[in-house]
Ligand binder design. Structure first.
Ligand SMILES: [Zn+2]
Length: 158
């Protein structure tokens, strides 16, 4: 595919024959344009190609990671972006951190109403109090899950 021209693939559901994903490539010696399409993603990314000389002549082509500019043989598509394996893991880890921070902020907002020990303020209805307390339990559970995921992702980096 490292010559001018374009190619396309489609993946279909075995039963319904519905197209579930597609990938288009416009090839070239120094760049490649990838256009993956799924039900929730449609994009167009230009990927640079670099070359290193081979011992016995000729050259070997590599992708240039759009994030770190590193020379890589494989790019991974995740969260709507192509990047090398390491960049994708880092992105994932920071997404977990963002999620944990967001869950903390939501919890802090409710705790501002209930206090740190989750007591029902005198003026608050019992039903409101129970709803907020359930929400806090859910937030704690979600945060634990996000934390476990973040640890696993960070673990991959080691
Ligand atoms: Zn990278």
């Amino acid at each position: 595919m490292l010559k001018p021209g374009s190619w396309a693939w489609q993946w279909r559901d075995a039963e319904t024959q519905e197209v579930i994903a597609a990938l288009g490539i416009i090839g070239g010696a120094t760049q490649m344009i990838l256009t993956p399409t799924t039900s929730d993603l449609s994009m167009n990314e230009r990927i640079d190609i670099t070359r290193t000389p081979c011992k016995l002549g000729g050259s070997r082509a590599w992708f240039k990671c759009p994030k770190c500019s590193g020379r890589v043989a494989k790019l991974h598509l995740r969260g709507g972006r192509f990047a090398c394996r390491i960049c994708q893991r880092l992105t994932y880890a920071s997404q977990s951190e963002d999620l944990i921070a967001r869950l903390w902020r939501q919890q802090a907002k409710i705790e501002a109403k209930l206090g740190r020990h989750w007591q029902r303020p005198k003026h608050m209805h019992q039903t409101t109090f129970e709803r907020l307390r359930r929400r806090l339990w859910d937030l704690e559970a979600a945060r634990e899950e996000a934390f476990a995921l973040a640890v696993r992702r960070m673990g991959w980096l080691l």
